[in-house]
Design a protein around this ligand. Structure first.
Ligand code: IMP
Ligand code: MG
Length: 182
């Protein structure tokens, strides 16, 4: 959904923050890097539902290597803009991960708890490698120690929506990424 640079909904102000073109450009760069790093392998990209579905779809279509796709689903947000901090697994992975190169694809890392939780989901498995890519990273907000191997954009501590990211489950279909101003 294409929207103007700023608009209002339910008394909240949405300000375009990362444009469709900037996202496209960065996704291409990440895809090029991943294609190089995983050349001659067939990695499995595991998207983290719901937020990462659009990023994952765009990312794999910009790559020039074979890959497989799977999804996990976790939830941390109750409703609104504040994470509950309590992460639950709603769906595990279905693929055989042992011996395979696994790349977890997230929309955004904030406190880092979700990334930590995802790492734990793979404890006891034996992938050939396990790496994490996130389109966005709120670089000042980490409350746990975690590592991302690929990051699209470092962003300040603001609530963002669009390109898969939601506010109360809506706004995922915005083509750009918007900040909802306080
Ligand atoms: P973390 O566990 O605190 O790192 O939060 C990560 C998850 O919270 C992400 O996968 C998102 O689903 C959600 N999240 C964090 N920040 C935002 C935001 O600014 N907008 C929308 N969702 C967010
Ligand atoms: Mg998420």
């Amino acid at each position: 959904m294409k929207k103007p640079v700023t608009f209002e909904r339910n008394g909240e102000k949405y300000v375009e923050f990362i444009t469709e073109e900037q996202i496209k450009q960065r996704v291409k760069e990440l895809a090029r890097q991943l294609s190089e790093d995983y050349r001659d392998t067939i990695p499995i990209f595991i998207g983290v539902l719901n937020g990462a579905f659009i990023f994952l779809a765009d990312l794999i279509r910009e790559m020039d290597i074979d890959c497989e796709v799977d999804f996990v689903k976790i939830s941390s947000y109750g409703s609104g803009k504040v994470s509950s901090g309590q992460i639950k697994s709603k769906k595990g992975f279905d693929c055989e991960v042992d011996g395979r190169h696994i790349v977890i694809v997230e929309d955004i890392a904030d406190s880092g708890r979700s990334i930590k939780f995802l790492e734990k989901m793979f404890e006891g498995t034996k992938p050939a490698s396990l790496r994490f890519v996130s389109l966005l990273l709120k670089e000042d907000n980490a409350v746990v120690d975690f590592k991302l191997d690929y990051v699209g954009f470092n962003i300040p501590t603001k609530f963002v929506v669009g390109y898969g990211l939601d506010y109360d489950q809506k706004d995922r279909n915005l083509k750009s990424i918007y900040v909802i101003e306080e």
